[in-house]
Design a protein around this ligand. Sequence first.
Ligand code: WTA
Length: 631
Amino acid sequence: MSDLYSQAKNDRLGFWAEQARHLHWHKPFSQTLDFSKAPFASWFADGQINASYNCLDRHVLAGLGDRIALLFEGEPGDSKKYSYAELLNETKKAANALIALGVGEGDRVAIYSPLIPETIIAMLAVARIGAVHSVVFGGFSSEALKNRINDAGAKLVITADGGFRKGKAHELKVAVDEAMKDNSCPTVEKVLVIKRTNTPVVMSEHDLWWSDAISAASADHEAKGFDAEHPLFILYTSGTTGKPKGILHTTGGYLTGAAYTHKTVFDLHAEKDVYWCTADVGWITGHSYVVYGPLANGATQVIYEGTPDTPTFSRWWEIIEKYKVTIFYTAPTAIRTFMKVGKEVVARHDLSSLRILGSVGEPINPEAWHWYSKVIGGDHCEVVDTWWQTETGSIMISAIPGAFKSKPGAAQRALPGITVGIVDEAGNPVIPGSDEKASGYLTIDEPWPSMLRGVWGDPERFKETYWSKFPGKYFAGDGARYDEEGDIWILGRIDDVIKVSGHRLSTAEIESALVEHHWVAEAAVVGAKDEITEQAVVAFVILRQDEIADAPSETDIAKILKDWVVKKIGPIARPREIIVVAELPKTRSGKIMRRLLRDVAEGRPVGDVTTLADSTVMSAINAKLHEGVTD
Ligand code: WTA
């Protein structure tokens, strides 16, 4: 592994070209990076490649068709295996079905379905024909889905009747119907419906069963190469403004990053490992480390539809035991949940097959790290804490098994080929070792293959959001510090993005949802520390007295507004608390001082209030809280 570090250091672009050449290119590239139009980068631009071919055909042609690609576990206990040959066969049929529906190169396809094999087949089929997928997590509401469909201008929606979650069938097609009501998604021509839960659905003229479309399709489909910079997918994520942004990833560079990091960080030996990443495909972790990374590397992996507590908290550990999982990748929230449940549940299972444990999505506190390593890993596993983002496409900072000792709580070092830095407010580099608390803003200092290529339909926003704070450098939105040994510790977001159970939400987005309710005059949302979910949504609202004439109690108001947020965004954004206040703390220039609200939400004494326009506001809020009227 140290070889990789020195190789990348000596010839960074040569190193990346070599990683890219591990993939199959329909037409080899000669040019590695063009950054002349910075911050817009092109990687491997004169090459042609097909992501689906790399994930499937290549392995089958190499004689690995019988290798298991997917070990699917449904929440109700059903299971199904797909070999690489079977997955390829299904994907070819799906590709033909999409073509028959008029989907072509560059067309956008929204996918809103559970973590079942068909969803992965759908993604690979879309990629295979050069269309662009936009997967929307099933936990988003119909309104959030509608906005995403319209922003991307999707021509087709692929959904399911429902998915199983927490022992119940969770409806999905109904949400699509709702989103499309009254012609509100004018670009959508057809909706393909996968049958999963057998929930009755209404099939209209534009709806078609997935199984009918597939069974009518031929299994012959030759994948052609697309330009390396051909769009592969859009994935919406929350930023600092109310409107989610469509992060755009292209084919050659993204696949290079996903495959290289998956192999390196998890020390993958595809011929013998059984890999399991618990993320949903609705998030970037599911894109890079359930679909593209593992399949490009020919891995055998488990996918599980449901939640870890259904039917009991033994579910995950039973799955690890059943399939002898060797590499396991999950989020700190899950680990903290199991810490609370207690180690006895885990101890009933034989987890000795595990070799590598990964963590992603939020900082892992040292207690959770130790518990993960000891209770899950039996003290014999390597633990890798992986830092990255939807925008980075693949892991940027992580330990590498065998390269150096991993350190509880630290993300540690940039991967070979990745150049990161920490700078102060003025953009000056913070020097490792210069001070015990050498902290600042985390930046990525040189372009990398899997970097986002833009924000869908908004090039200015791409420049402004990521490249304007520290010119020439990508600013990630996170704070970080070096320890004495030069290892990086992630301190969390410095902007208004919050992480709830590893899900990325924007406080501004929740605020705009709240003020859309006719009762709400003004809203301020903060992420308050939460023992299990890392952060929780706490909203402060000012009500419009004229609108709530026959006022329900504040408890009812809070409940109604929580449900409203669920309707507008989805259950993942449901506020833990809604606090009705008369005023919000503002500076003289009218900026809401969230720092003070966070103090209140986290039960701390309120900090410095001298810059407030009206310093009595905080005492009023505090007095209110002590009356106990917080829902
Ligand atoms: C946070 C998830 C600390 C960080 C892959 C980042 C982390 C945001 C870690 C991106 C980690 C992710 N340690 N914080 N190992 N991994 N984050 O786009 O704040 O959902 O900016 O991508 O998650 O979230 P996203």
